[in-house]
Design a protein around this ligand. Structure first.
Ligand code: 2RA
Length: 338
């Protein structure tokens, strides 16, 4: 069978990745429609060797479509429910519906079954959450989890195409001795780290940090897991990295952790310090797996482990995860109610 697919926000960084992943994974696209705001309407994009013109998103854009992949941003709030009303299965990258109890929040390697109870909208978690919960699930199944402490090192492309160009511009300006003009980021991002992603909220945590806390408990179906996060923007173009400390319920050695992580779907273990083997964003980019390494027992706490992970946040962190959800919708036969 083939499916009528509409990509909303097609011209942005995530939208472009969605098209690439749909093509790479040979998703059964029968009919493709690319939509975006009026600002991007008219742009031409390639898919499977054919040129498609980006149209402005309107309510009628969704007529007769089977699956809508929203790349993120405000469009989901305006058009998501409307598309679902029309019987289109909406897979949304924005944060808008993630914590809605009526909306499943899904990472296919972690909670695939949640796709089955969708009521028209399925939410894609935040990229930094997806990258963390894949290895956490392997540990959780083997030893249980009491608490997680995570610090992230997030690429500038998490802030879209403007984030990418700002790193380039700031780097050139610094090297040329010119004035640096922050626009997308709060400060100069070249040769700097900015511990501020999204807005500050209660307890002086940012919205990005609260996303990691709340989304993880929903995906893992376990509100007893204690999570605290610090999210940081770093001068890296692509791939988020994360330093994760996990306190487990049952003792787990580093060797046991390596064993379960190596076997877990969607993970590539890169953990051989004597040969300088560990994950790095330069090498995890353009892949779909979460790379895990630097696994060590916590020297300061009995039942705890450290690990360092890196993954392409435009792919596994967004586009690939969304397309994998679409594949589950087909596998489980839970397309929209016409
Ligand atoms: C970021 N995770 O990295 C957020 C949104 N993609 O900016």
């Amino acid at each position: 069978a083939q499916y009528k697919v509409i990509v909303v926000g097609a011209s942005g960084a995530v939208g472009q990745e969605i098209l690439q992943v749909l093509e790479e994974k040979k998703f059964p696209v029968g009919d493709l429609k690319l939509c975006a705001t009026s600002r991007s309407a008219g742009k031409e994009m390639l898919f499977k060797g054919n040129t498609y013109k980006v149209e402005e998103t309107t309510p009628s854009s969704f007529d007769g479509m089977d699956i809508a992949l929203f790349a993120g941003g405000a469009a989901s709030k305006e058009f998501g429910p409307l598309a679902a009303e029309k019987g289109v299965v909406v897979i949304d990258n924005s944060s808008h519906f993630r914590l809605d109890p009526e909306v499943p929040l899904v990472v296919p390697e972690v909670n695939p079954e949640d796709v089955k109870w969708h009521k028209g909208i399925i939410a894609n978690p935040n990229c930094s959450t997806i990258i963390m919960v894949v290895p956490l699930k392997a540990i959780y199944d083997a030893a249980g989890i009491k608490r997680v402490v995570v610090s992230t090192y997030q690429a500038v492309s998490g802030a879209g195409a403007e984030g990418i160009s700002e790193l380039t511009e700031h780097t050139k300006a610094v090297l040329a001795g010119d004035e640096v003009v922050p626009a997308k980021f709060q400060y100069q991002i070249a040769f700097n780290l900015i511990p501020h992603i999204d807005v500050f909220q209660e307890m002086d945590y940012t919205k990005e940090e609260w996303k990691m806390v709340k989304e993880t408990c929903k995906i893992m179906h376990d509100d007893t897991i204690g999570i605290t996060a610090t999210t940081v923007r770093v001068p890296v173009y692509r791939s988020h990295s994360e330093s994760i400390n996990v306190e487990t319920k049952r003792k787990m050695t580093a060797a046991e952790a390596r064993e379960v992580l190596a076997k877990f779907p969607g993970i590539i273990l890169e953990d051989d310090p004597s040969n300088k083997k560990y994950p790095m964003p330069l090498f995890s980019s353009n892949h779909d797996e979460v790379f895990v390494g630097r696994i060590r027992e916590d020297n300061s706490l009995d039942h705890a482990l450290n690990m360092w992970v890196a993954a392409d946040q435009l792919r596994k962190g967004a586009a690939t995860n969304a397309v994998q959800i679409a594949e589950l919708v087909i596998k489980y036969g839970c397309l929209g109610k016409r």
